[in-house]
Design a protein around this ligand. Structure first.
Ligand code: UT7
Length: 341
């Protein structure tokens, strides 16, 4: 007993996930709903993407609103406050300031430190090691990490090639300091980016490079533009190589992975990643059919749909605009039993 605690004490602390929370807007939008306005159909969308429906926020609901809801859900489960809030989003409430400070205030977290991470669809995967580093160094005691997006507001309502893909939602985890052998421990991590490929997936206007003016609006540059085929190809390649990198760092084999949670962009991408990693498809979480691609919210929303035993090995991997990608290992947390009230 004494030897075990000495061994533990000598090992560096890591981030440990202790609670999960989610929020999705109530408005369900089916493929048939979209086909009323766009030249598309349910069969095409299901076959090419696996998506059957997604949630769209109503016009009064912002990313911050969904973040507050998911954050409150996670805090309730954790049963206590946090001193840092990170909001991973690429659809912030406004250009300045970040969305996180207002979310922290609305959650009643006093003067908690709060900031946004923008790594697009990989945002949550980037925020997780940031949170882990903050608690491991003692900079923070407990961190609320929220992935939240209202993608429907930046996707062109008239572009069938992107409109059908994305959805809105939020997911959150509470991270505290702990030990690598505890259920919920996160890491190691692998992160990467390739800014030469920015043009493959971007909202060109609205920042300092191209303000939103008549020219931008005429060219639909205030909406998301994507080269779907090339993004697809790179998404598979990068999630596979990044997954292999974290497994190698941890000294694990694919057979050690009990569950793969990959960014929910497209069911075909999920299958291709699993197949190339040689992880059986029945060990993969897929909820893209219900939510579409919710960008930074996709990993925490998928976490909430995985039901595993504490200590089981989970591989998280994501890829998105930037291009930016990353992976993390995590053991399934010992989650508190939900309070029915
Ligand atoms: O979060 C990370 C970012 N996003 C992704 O990871 C998405 C990555 N890409 C993809 O998931 C897929 O490339 C798409 C789902 C976007 C497209 O699937 P695809 O099999 O690569 O189709 P495609 O782009 O090659 O298009 C095939 C055809 C085209 O028509 P033509 O040129 O062959 O006549 C498209 O115009 O399908 C057409 N098309 C549609 N047809 C009906 C594109 N969108 C639609 C639509 N409904 N919604």
């Amino acid at each position: 007993m004494a030897a075990a605690s000495t061994h533990r004490a000598s090992r560096p602390p890591v981030g440990v996930v202790e609670a999960l929370g989610t929020a999705v807007p109530p408005h369900v939008v089916t493929n048939d709903d979209l086909a009323q306005h766009l030249d598309t159909n349910d069969e095409w969308v299901r076959t090419r993407t696996g998506i059957a429906e997604r949630r769209f926020a109503d016009p009064d609901t912002s990313t911050g609103d969904l973040a507050v809801e998911a954050g409150a859900d996670a805090l309730k489960a954790a049963g206590g406050d946090v001193d840092t809030v990170i909001v991973a989003t690429t659809t912030p409430d406004r250009m300045l300031p970040g969305t996180a400070p207002e979310v922290a205030s609305r959650l009643g977290l006093g003067d908690a430190s709060a900031f946004d991470v923008n790594a697009a669809c990989a945002g949550f995967i980037y925020a997780l090691p940031v949170a882990s580093g903050l608690v491991a160094t003692g900079t923070a005691d407990r961190v609320l990490v929220i992935g939240a997006e209202v993608m429907s507001r930046i996707v062109d309502p008239d572009d069938r090639s992107t409109r059908v893909l994305f959805g809105d939602g939020a997911g959150a985890v509470v991270v505290r300091s702990g030990h690598a052998d505890e259920p919920g421990a996160v890491g190691p991590f692998d992160l990467g980016s390739d800014g030469d490929q920015t043009h493959l997936l971007e909202v060109p206007a609205g920042g300092t490079r191209q303000p939103i003016d008549d020219h931008a609006i005429e060219n639909r540059h205030h909406f998301l533009q994507m080269d779907g085929r090339e993004v697809y190809r790179q998404a598979v390649r990068r999630m596979v190589s990044s997954s292999r990198a974290v497994l190698a760092q941890a000294g694990l084999e694919v057979d050690d992975v009990d569950c793969l949670i990959a960014h929910q962009a497209n069911a075909r991408i999920l299958e291709a990643v699993a197949d190339r990693l040689e992880i059986p498809r029945d060990r993969c979480v897929s909820n893209v059919g219900r939510y579409g691609n919710t960008s930074a919210a996709s990993i925490p929303l998928a976490l909430a749909d995985a039901s595993l035993e504490p200590g089981q090995q989970v591989l998280l991997t994501s890829f998105g605009a930037g291009m930016a990608w990353g992976s993390s290992l995590m053991t399934w947390p010992d989650l508190p039993t939900p309070d029915p009230t």
